[in-house]
Write a protein that binds this ligand. Structure first.
Ligand code: 4AD
Ligand code: MG
Length: 446
């Protein structure tokens, strides 16, 4: 009789039973008469012990000859053993039978240090390694938490197009598409369409890949990244911050609840995530500049002093964001940015049009801006003036202007970058590890 096929993640409920696991050989340790096989099946990693004395010769020989990343099925008895390595660990399988499905050629990724470029060139194989595996599981949790929270709080998912006739953000980072002889662009944002959709549904969100031909080669920029964008009718900047802090907290809590073992595997200091609770601190751009001046005063490092310089009117770069965020345990909101530093659609502050009703959320520990949002201009004359003064092609925005002609209301929204959020939660050095197949200026392979 053949043994039932079980998943590694379910082994605890099969203690003492004979089971079959199907998967790939992660690693093998040869101790002569004992072969320790680490087998992964997608749900976890289990140690399988093949003992020469217990096995027919051909089965033991197969166990000894098996190469890293060969596909196999292994049958044996589940035993509890606190010391057994694996994920989650604590159980091992005493091998009684083993079949190799395909014996892998010499595997390029060895259990040793490889350079990041080498690993990225082999991303199609690297996704099998335990760190990327853990990160992608956290990413899936983040995405599910985003959807769950919005679905449960009255936001309707309304998809927005990926091929668009005009820029949604700055015109310098557009990817052109040859659209049957016309020029179209890959979406930088779904926001403009969200603004149409709120007049039908009230509170909406779009969630999909977005594209920026970013010339920035920083550890926070991808050319293809995933963004969720909620947009709400009758929302003020204050409403936006109230909602964002609840939303971001729910995402972090979901990861802590569902992925503690993964975060542990990644070496993440979860105490830094456990403090994330509303309310988040809120400071204005002007206060942030004062804070930067203070930080510059306090440092003796001339390079740091130079990096932290910022003229009023300019948007923050990474060093500024990192310095500001370092003053807080929790993510911090920075609101009322200079109008000239932000997108054309942002509502100016009453009586002070040089700043706008915008807000960015900066993650702690140097992970930078994870959300960007604002109140939107809802007055037709003002919006027409902005489109004209920035030299945007009016025809392409005619439909967007219509939204201010037929029942315009104050409204607001924001975008949260999935990869920046995952990089923060997982504690990753570089955002490219937060997406399965990263696209950067230098990389479209594999
Ligand atoms: O601040 P951004 O550019 O805002 C917008 O696109 C608005 N239309 C959103 C809205 O109000 N509906 O982008 C929003 C977020 C950033 O805070 C960041 O997390 C992420 O998207 N992001 C990037 N992530 C990775 N690589 C890039 N090149 C990114 N650019 C923005
Ligand atoms: Mg931004």
């Amino acid at each position: 009789m053949s043994a039932p096929i079980v998943q590694v993640s379910d082994l605890a409920s099969h203690e003492g039973e004979t089971v079959t696991v199907r998967g790939w050989l992660y690693n093998r340790t040869d101790k002569g008469k004992l072969q320790f096989l680490l087998v992964r099946d997608g749900t976890g990693i289990v140690q399988c012990v093949a003992f020469k004395g217990d096995l027919p010769e051909d089965v033991f020989d197969a166990a000894r000859a098996i190469t890293q990343e060969s596909s196999l099925t292994v049958t044996g008895t589940v035993r509890a053993d606190k010391r057994a390595p694996g994920f989650p660990g604590g159980y091992e399988i005493g091998v009684t039978d083993l079949q190799i499905i395909q014996k892998a050629e010499e595997y390029p990724i060895q259990p040793k240090e490889h350079g990041i470029d080498f690993l990225l060139d082999h991303r199609h194989l690297w996704v099998r390694s335990s760190r990327p595996w853990a990160v992608m599981r956290v990413r899936a949790t983040v995405i599910k938490a985003i959807r769950d929270w919005l679905d449960d709080h009255g936001y309707l998912l309304v998809d927005t197009p990926i091929i668009t006739p005009s820029a949604g953000e700055e015109t310098t980072s557009l990817f052109k598409v040859d659209y049957f002889g016309d020029t179209a662009y890959l979406a930088q944002t779904g926001q403009l369409y969200n603004e149409a959709n709120i007049a039908s549904f009230g509170k909406v969100y779009c969630f999909g890949p977005t594209f920026r031909a970013e010339l920035s080669k920083t550890r926070r920029h991808l050319t293809e990244f995933w963004m969720v964008e909620p947009e709400m009718a009758f929302f003020s900047l204050e409403d936006l911050m109230d909602m964002e802090e609840e939303f971001v907290t729910a995402i972090v809590k979901a990861a802590l609840e569902r992925n503690r073992p993964e975060l542990e595997l990644l070496g993440r200091d979860v105490s830094r995530l456990e403090v994330v609770e509303p309310p988040f601190p809120r400071i204005s751009y002007d206060e942030a500049l004062e804070m930067l001046a203070e930080i510059r005063e306090q440092t003796d490092d001339p390079e740091q002093k130079r990096l932290l310089e910022l003229e009023w009117g300019k948007d923050f770069g990474s060093p500024h964001e990192t310095a500001i965020a370092s003053r807080f345990e929790k993510p911090v909101f920075v609101y009322h940015y200079p109008t000239e530093a932000k997108a054309f659609y942002m509502q100016p502050v009453d009586g002070r049009p040089e700043v706008c009703r915008s807000v960015d959320l900066l993650a702690p520990e140097g992970y930078g801006e994870i959300t960007g949002g604002s109140e939107r201009i809802y007055d037709i004359a003002l919006l027409e003036e902005r489109v004209a003064s920035l030299g945007l092609p009016r025809e392409a925005y005619e439909w967007y202007l219509d939204l201010r002609r037929f029942g315009s209301v104050p409204h607001a929204g924001f975008g949260l970058g999935v990869e920046r959020t995952v990089a923060w939660i997982c504690g990753l050095e570089h955002i490219r590890e937060a997406i399965p197949y990263p696209r950067t200026i230098k990389r479209v392979y594999p």
